[in-house]
Design a protein around this ligand. Structure first.
Ligand code: SF4
Length: 287
Protein backbone atom coordinates (compact mmCIF):
# COMPACT_ATOMS: atom_id res chain seq x y z
CA UNK A 1 0.00 0.00 0.00
CA UNK A 2 1.28 3.43 -0.91
CA UNK A 3 0.37 6.29 1.45
CA UNK A 4 0.76 9.93 0.41
CA UNK A 5 0.12 13.05 2.50
CA UNK A 6 -1.47 15.90 0.55
CA UNK A 7 1.32 18.53 0.28
CA UNK A 8 -1.32 21.30 0.25
CA UNK A 9 -3.10 20.16 3.44
CA UNK A 10 -2.53 21.65 6.88
CA UNK A 11 -3.29 24.83 8.77
CA UNK A 12 -4.31 27.99 6.98
CA UNK A 13 -2.27 31.12 7.56
CA UNK A 14 -4.68 32.58 10.15
CA UNK A 15 -4.82 29.46 12.32
CA UNK A 16 -1.01 28.96 12.12
CA UNK A 17 -0.54 32.54 13.23
CA UNK A 18 -2.92 32.21 16.20
CA UNK A 19 -1.28 28.97 17.35
CA UNK A 20 2.19 30.54 17.02
CA UNK A 21 1.01 33.50 19.15
CA UNK A 22 -0.30 31.10 21.81
CA UNK A 23 2.86 28.98 21.82
CA UNK A 24 5.03 32.06 21.99
CA UNK A 25 3.15 33.29 25.05
CA UNK A 26 3.09 29.86 26.70
CA UNK A 27 6.84 29.47 26.18
CA UNK A 28 7.42 32.36 28.59
CA UNK A 29 5.75 30.30 31.29
CA UNK A 30 2.87 32.72 31.78
CA UNK A 31 -0.81 31.88 32.13
CA UNK A 32 -2.78 32.14 28.92
CA UNK A 33 -6.53 31.92 28.37
CA UNK A 34 -8.20 31.65 24.97
CA UNK A 35 -11.75 32.81 24.23
CA UNK A 36 -13.25 29.71 22.60
CA UNK A 37 -11.44 26.84 20.87
CA UNK A 38 -8.30 28.22 19.22
CA UNK A 39 -8.72 25.64 16.44
CA UNK A 40 -11.58 23.30 15.47
CA UNK A 41 -9.45 20.26 16.04
CA UNK A 42 -9.63 18.48 19.37
CA UNK A 43 -6.25 16.74 18.98
CA UNK A 44 -4.42 20.03 18.47
CA UNK A 45 -6.48 21.60 21.22
CA UNK A 46 -5.38 18.88 23.65
CA UNK A 47 -1.74 19.42 22.65
CA UNK A 48 -2.01 23.15 23.43
CA UNK A 49 -3.93 22.52 26.65
CA UNK A 50 -1.12 20.22 27.78
CA UNK A 51 1.24 23.20 27.36
CA UNK A 52 -0.98 25.28 29.65
CA UNK A 53 -3.55 26.96 27.38
CA UNK A 54 -6.93 27.33 29.08
CA UNK A 55 -10.07 27.61 26.98
CA UNK A 56 -12.69 29.96 28.38
CA UNK A 57 -16.04 31.49 27.45
CA UNK A 58 -17.18 35.11 27.73
CA UNK A 59 -18.81 34.25 31.07
CA UNK A 60 -15.34 33.61 32.53
CA UNK A 61 -13.99 37.09 31.73
CA UNK A 62 -15.13 38.81 34.99
CA UNK A 63 -12.86 36.51 37.06
CA UNK A 64 -9.79 37.07 34.84
CA UNK A 65 -8.83 40.60 35.80
CA UNK A 66 -5.09 41.13 35.28
CA UNK A 67 -4.72 37.97 33.14
CA UNK A 68 -3.84 37.48 29.48
CA UNK A 69 -6.54 36.37 27.05
CA UNK A 70 -5.94 35.40 23.44
CA UNK A 71 -8.44 36.32 20.73
CA UNK A 72 -8.43 33.51 18.18
CA UNK A 73 -8.32 33.86 14.38
CA UNK A 74 -12.13 34.18 14.12
CA UNK A 75 -12.01 37.58 15.84
CA UNK A 76 -14.46 39.11 18.30
CA UNK A 77 -17.09 41.87 18.29
CA UNK A 78 -16.08 45.32 19.63
CA UNK A 79 -17.86 44.78 22.96
CA UNK A 80 -15.41 41.99 23.89
CA UNK A 81 -12.54 44.50 23.60
CA UNK A 82 -14.49 47.02 25.71
CA UNK A 83 -15.27 44.41 28.38
CA UNK A 84 -11.62 43.29 28.53
CA UNK A 85 -10.42 46.84 28.88
CA UNK A 86 -12.87 47.52 31.75
CA UNK A 87 -11.74 44.32 33.49
CA UNK A 88 -8.03 45.14 33.06
CA UNK A 89 -7.49 42.02 30.95
CA UNK A 90 -4.55 42.05 28.52
CA UNK A 91 -5.73 40.85 25.13
CA UNK A 92 -3.41 39.11 22.71
CA UNK A 93 -5.26 39.75 19.50
CA UNK A 94 -4.61 36.90 17.06
CA UNK A 95 -7.57 37.79 14.83
CA UNK A 96 -6.63 36.67 11.33
CA UNK A 97 -5.66 39.78 9.32
CA UNK A 98 -8.12 38.68 6.60
CA UNK A 99 -10.98 38.57 9.13
CA UNK A 100 -9.83 41.86 10.59
CA UNK A 101 -10.00 43.53 7.19
CA UNK A 102 -13.45 42.04 6.61
CA UNK A 103 -14.65 43.44 9.95
CA UNK A 104 -13.46 46.90 8.89
CA UNK A 105 -15.18 46.65 5.49
CA UNK A 106 -18.46 45.59 7.10
CA UNK A 107 -18.24 48.41 9.61
CA UNK A 108 -17.72 50.92 6.78
CA UNK A 109 -20.59 49.51 4.70
CA UNK A 110 -22.86 49.57 7.71
CA UNK A 111 -22.12 53.23 8.39
CA UNK A 112 -22.83 54.20 4.78
CA UNK A 113 -25.85 51.94 4.23
CA UNK A 114 -27.39 52.88 7.57
CA UNK A 115 -27.64 56.46 6.34
CA UNK A 116 -29.57 55.20 3.27
CA UNK A 117 -31.74 52.80 5.28
CA UNK A 118 -30.05 49.88 3.52
CA UNK A 119 -29.11 46.46 4.85
CA UNK A 120 -25.87 44.61 5.46
CA UNK A 121 -26.28 40.87 4.97
CA UNK A 122 -23.76 38.25 6.01
CA UNK A 123 -23.93 34.86 4.35
CA UNK A 124 -22.76 32.58 7.13
CA UNK A 125 -23.61 30.28 10.00
CA UNK A 126 -25.67 31.89 12.77
CA UNK A 127 -23.79 31.79 16.06
CA UNK A 128 -20.41 30.97 14.47
CA UNK A 129 -17.71 32.98 16.27
CA UNK A 130 -16.53 34.77 13.13
CA UNK A 131 -20.11 35.72 12.26
CA UNK A 132 -20.72 37.03 15.80
CA UNK A 133 -17.62 39.21 15.39
CA UNK A 134 -18.83 40.47 12.00
CA UNK A 135 -22.36 41.24 13.18
CA UNK A 136 -20.78 43.11 16.09
CA UNK A 137 -19.34 45.63 13.61
CA UNK A 138 -22.91 46.74 12.84
CA UNK A 139 -24.22 47.12 16.41
CA UNK A 140 -25.96 43.81 15.87
CA UNK A 141 -27.95 45.09 12.88
CA UNK A 142 -26.48 42.95 10.09
CA UNK A 143 -28.80 40.12 9.02
CA UNK A 144 -27.24 36.65 8.93
CA UNK A 145 -28.34 34.70 5.86
CA UNK A 146 -27.92 30.97 6.03
CA UNK A 147 -30.91 29.81 3.97
CA UNK A 148 -33.17 31.48 1.41
CA UNK A 149 -35.97 31.94 3.99
CA UNK A 150 -33.67 34.23 5.97
CA UNK A 151 -34.05 36.74 3.13
CA UNK A 152 -37.66 37.30 4.18
CA UNK A 153 -36.39 39.70 6.87
CA UNK A 154 -34.77 42.03 4.31
CA UNK A 155 -36.28 45.26 2.97
CA UNK A 156 -35.56 44.95 -0.76
CA UNK A 157 -36.70 48.46 -1.57
CA UNK A 158 -33.39 49.71 -0.13
CA UNK A 159 -29.71 49.07 -1.08
CA UNK A 160 -28.27 45.73 -0.01
CA UNK A 161 -24.65 44.85 0.78
CA UNK A 162 -23.95 41.13 0.82
CA UNK A 163 -20.83 39.78 2.54
CA UNK A 164 -19.74 36.24 3.31
CA UNK A 165 -18.21 34.51 6.30
CA UNK A 166 -14.69 33.59 5.11
CA UNK A 167 -15.26 29.83 5.18
CA UNK A 168 -18.52 29.63 3.21
CA UNK A 169 -18.79 28.15 -0.28
CA UNK A 170 -18.92 30.24 -3.45
CA UNK A 171 -21.87 28.28 -4.93
CA UNK A 172 -23.98 29.14 -1.88
CA UNK A 173 -23.00 32.82 -2.06
CA UNK A 174 -23.86 32.94 -5.78
CA UNK A 175 -27.27 31.33 -5.15
CA UNK A 176 -28.09 33.86 -2.41
CA UNK A 177 -26.95 36.77 -4.62
CA UNK A 178 -29.12 35.51 -7.51
CA UNK A 179 -32.18 35.27 -5.24
CA UNK A 180 -31.55 38.79 -3.90
CA UNK A 181 -31.38 40.14 -7.48
CA UNK A 182 -34.80 38.59 -8.17
CA UNK A 183 -36.36 40.01 -5.02
CA UNK A 184 -34.86 43.46 -5.65
CA UNK A 185 -36.40 43.47 -9.09
CA UNK A 186 -39.82 42.50 -7.74
CA UNK A 187 -39.63 45.13 -5.00
CA UNK A 188 -38.40 47.76 -7.46
CA UNK A 189 -35.40 47.98 -5.20
CA UNK A 190 -32.00 49.47 -5.51
CA UNK A 191 -28.53 48.14 -6.07
CA UNK A 192 -27.05 44.96 -4.68
CA UNK A 193 -23.36 45.02 -3.92
CA UNK A 194 -21.90 41.54 -3.55
CA UNK A 195 -18.61 41.41 -1.67
CA UNK A 196 -17.03 38.00 -2.23
CA UNK A 197 -15.17 37.72 1.05
CA UNK A 198 -14.63 33.97 1.01
CA UNK A 199 -11.03 33.37 2.02
CA UNK A 200 -8.81 32.11 -0.81
CA UNK A 201 -7.00 29.85 1.64
CA UNK A 202 -10.34 28.02 1.84
CA UNK A 203 -11.78 28.37 -1.67
CA UNK A 204 -8.35 27.53 -3.14
CA UNK A 205 -8.38 24.21 -1.28
CA UNK A 206 -11.50 22.92 -3.07
CA UNK A 207 -9.93 22.29 -6.52
CA UNK A 208 -6.80 20.90 -4.84
CA UNK A 209 -8.83 18.45 -2.72
CA UNK A 210 -10.83 17.49 -5.82
CA UNK A 211 -7.65 16.74 -7.80
CA UNK A 212 -6.04 14.88 -4.89
CA UNK A 213 -9.18 12.75 -4.36
CA UNK A 214 -9.17 11.73 -8.04
CA UNK A 215 -5.52 10.68 -7.90
CA UNK A 216 -5.91 8.04 -5.15
CA UNK A 217 -7.89 4.84 -4.63
CA UNK A 218 -8.76 5.74 -1.03
CA UNK A 219 -8.88 9.12 0.70
CA UNK A 220 -8.58 9.52 4.43
CA UNK A 221 -9.84 12.99 5.28
CA UNK A 222 -8.64 14.20 8.68
CA UNK A 223 -10.58 16.94 10.44
CA UNK A 224 -12.22 17.94 13.68
CA UNK A 225 -15.95 17.22 13.73
CA UNK A 226 -16.71 20.88 14.55
CA UNK A 227 -14.88 22.26 11.50
CA UNK A 228 -17.33 23.63 8.90
CA UNK A 229 -14.48 23.89 6.43
CA UNK A 230 -13.64 20.22 7.10
CA UNK A 231 -17.22 19.08 6.47
CA UNK A 232 -17.34 21.02 3.21
CA UNK A 233 -13.96 19.82 1.89
CA UNK A 234 -14.81 16.25 2.85
CA UNK A 235 -18.03 16.47 0.82
CA UNK A 236 -15.93 17.53 -2.19
CA UNK A 237 -13.56 14.59 -1.66
CA UNK A 238 -16.51 12.21 -1.38
CA UNK A 239 -18.09 13.54 -4.57
CA UNK A 240 -14.86 12.70 -6.44
CA UNK A 241 -13.96 9.49 -4.66
CA UNK A 242 -16.58 7.24 -3.06
CA UNK A 243 -13.84 5.61 -0.98
CA UNK A 244 -13.31 8.78 1.07
CA UNK A 245 -13.37 8.36 4.85
CA UNK A 246 -13.59 11.07 7.51
CA UNK A 247 -11.55 10.60 10.69
CA UNK A 248 -10.62 12.86 13.56
CA UNK A 249 -8.10 10.57 15.25
CA UNK A 250 -5.96 7.49 14.56
CA UNK A 251 -8.32 5.23 16.56
CA UNK A 252 -11.09 5.88 14.05
CA UNK A 253 -9.20 4.23 11.17
CA UNK A 254 -10.58 0.87 10.04
CA UNK A 255 -8.36 -1.73 8.39
CA UNK A 256 -11.23 -2.91 6.14
CA UNK A 257 -11.12 0.37 4.22
CA UNK A 258 -7.82 -0.54 2.60
CA UNK A 259 -6.50 -3.20 0.19
CA UNK A 260 -2.79 -3.96 -0.18
CA UNK A 261 -2.66 -2.64 -3.76
CA UNK A 262 -4.33 0.71 -2.87
CA UNK A 263 -2.83 4.12 -3.27
CA UNK A 264 -4.03 6.03 -0.19
CA UNK A 265 -4.17 9.82 0.03
CA UNK A 266 -4.27 11.56 3.42
CA UNK A 267 -5.60 15.09 3.44
CA UNK A 268 -7.51 17.45 5.72
CA UNK A 269 -9.13 20.79 6.54
CA UNK A 270 -7.47 24.17 7.07
CA UNK A 271 -7.63 23.43 10.82
CA UNK A 272 -5.93 20.01 10.66
CA UNK A 273 -2.44 20.01 12.19
CA UNK A 274 0.35 18.64 9.95
CA UNK A 275 1.58 16.36 12.79
CA UNK A 276 -1.83 14.64 12.87
CA UNK A 277 -1.75 14.00 9.10
CA UNK A 278 1.66 12.37 9.61
CA UNK A 279 0.44 10.30 12.54
CA UNK A 280 -2.56 9.04 10.55
CA UNK A 281 -0.42 8.27 7.47
CA UNK A 282 2.06 6.41 9.69
CA UNK A 283 -0.70 4.29 11.21
CA UNK A 284 -2.18 3.40 7.80
CA UNK A 285 1.27 2.28 6.65
CA UNK A 286 1.27 -0.38 9.40
CA UNK A 287 -1.95 -2.03 8.08
S1 SF4 B 1 -9.56 30.51 6.67
FE1 SF4 B 1 -8.67 32.39 5.83
S2 SF4 B 1 -9.71 34.02 6.92
FE2 SF4 B 1 -10.08 32.17 8.09
S3 SF4 B 1 -8.43 32.10 9.58
FE3 SF4 B 1 -7.72 30.93 7.82
S4 SF4 B 1 -6.56 32.42 6.58
FE4 SF4 B 1 -7.84 33.58 8.02
Amino acid sequence: MQVTIDPDAGFCFGVSRAIAAAENELSTGGELYCLGDIVHNSEELERLKSKGLKIITHDDLPRLSGKKVLIRAHGEPPDTFETASKLNITLIDATCPIVNKLQQRISKSYLSSDAEGGSVLIYGKPGHAEVVGLVGQTNGNAIVINQMEDLNQVDFSKPVHLYSQTTMDKEGLDAIAAEIEKRLETAGGQALKVHNTICRQVSGRAPLVRAFAKKHDVIVFVSGKKSSNGAWLFSISLSENKRSYFVSATEELEKEWFKPEDSVGVTGATSTPPWLLQEIAGEISTF
